[in-house]
Write a protein that binds this ligand. Structure first.
Ligand code: TYM
Length: 327
């Protein structure tokens, strides 16, 4: 069975962008692939984290992954900090990447303007992300569009290491969905929906109550044309485009088809609220069940870490031997 790996940061609460860009595809693939899904808490501390908030965010995310449908019997779900191989291989990847390559990462450039204290970890973040993937010899990595550049770097680093030291790493393929790969902020539709940069009114959280979802969608920014067509390349129509892509992603119909089903922006928004509410309601119910039993969550994560560690140790041994470390 081919292997996939993906990760999500425990920062804030999970939103519709995470779900449509990534989590839903993780769920769809867990039968087809040997799946490893990680809550990347080491990545979270590249910017300041309050320990209490971090604990809460990790618990939230673990419950959310199971609530969206990831089955711990079929997929290995684990915390990154429970597998020492991530930090070990990250160092090796930092020594494989160049300063220039890491300096060109657009996410670093964006994030470093938003924080006063720019940690060395924030700069090295993509090397750790490459390590996350290569540690499991993952063939595919299901992610949203914003991770494309990091994935390219992971491929470059795997190839460079293999060329210098012999074949150790599988070179991973990014897997980015055709629709829903970049869900935009409802208030600033030229910017992606993101826990670090959006206002709450621009984000639909998976735990938002139905009334709030309706309110956020009804207030979503569109344009004054009131011409219900899918125009992907016009930045002035980015709000409408985002709503149509949201509908398309949830319904499995093309954005053009979603546009043709409605006669006004208002009608589109009402229909969209309904399908979003329909999608999140069962997730919210299951989420409550999982958060009620924290002991069970920890037990499942412990099992995941054991399985992940077994694979990670084997890769670290191979990488160390290839580098000339005495083993
Ligand atoms: P993170 O935690 O920001 O997001 C998790 C996943 O959700 C996707 N995503 C989106 N997709 C569509 N529209 C959006 N508005 C949107 N916002 C987020 C992301 O693309 C991602 O797939 N660096 C990664 C985490 C990571 C990782 C890895 C991923 C660490 N190690 C190894 C894959 C493999 C991140 O910060 O994702």
């Amino acid at each position: 069975m081919a292997r996939i790996l993906s990760g999500i940061q425990p920062t804030g609460t999970t939103h519709l962008g995470n779900y449509l860009g990534a989590l839903r595809h993780w769920v769809d693939q867990q039968d087809e692939f040997d799946s490893f899904f990680s809550i990347v808490d080491l990545h979270a501390i590249t910017v300041h984290q309050d320990p209490k908030d971090l604990r809460e965010a990790v618990t939230h995310l673990a419950a959310m992954l199971f609530a969206v449908g990831i089955d711990p019997q079929r997929a290995t779900v684990f915390l990154q900090s429970h597998v020492p191989g991530h930090a070990q291989l990250a160092w090796i990847m930092e020594c494989t990447a160049s300063f220039g390559e890491l300096s060109r990462m657009t996410q670093f450039k964006e994030k470093s303007t938003k924080t006063e204290f720019i940690s060395a970890g924030l700069f090295n973040y993509p090397a750790l992300m490459a390590a996350d993937i290569l540690l499991y010899q993952a063939e595919r990595v299901p992610v949203g569009d914003d991770q494309k550049q990091h994935l390219e770097l992971a491929r470059t680093l795997a190839t460079r290491f293999n060329t210098r030291f012999g074949e150790v790493f599988t070179v991973p393929e990014p897997q980015i969905p055709k629709v829903g790969a970049r869900i935009m902020d409802l208030q600033v539709p030229t910017q992606k929906m993101s826990k670090s940069s959006s206002q709450d009114s621009g984000i639909i959280y998976l735990l938002d109550p139905p009334e709030l979802i309706k309110k956020k969608i009804s207030r979503a920014v569109t344009d004054s044309a009131n011409d219900l067509r899918y125009v992907p390349d016009d930045p002035l129509r980015a709000g409408l485009r985002n709503l149509l892509e949201l509908g398309s992603s949830l319904l499995g119909a093309s954005p053009e088809e979603v546009a043709s089903r409605h006669s006004s922006y208002g009608a589109l928004k009402v229909a969209l609220s309904e399908i979003v509410i329909e999608a999140v309601t069962p997730i919210q119910q299951l989420y409550r069940e999982y958060t009620d039993d924290r002991g069970e969550l920890l037990r499942i994560l412990g099992e995941g870490a054991e399985r992940a560690n077994a694979v990670a140790r084997a890769t670290i041994e191979r990488a160390h031997a290839a580098l000339g470390f005495l083993t």
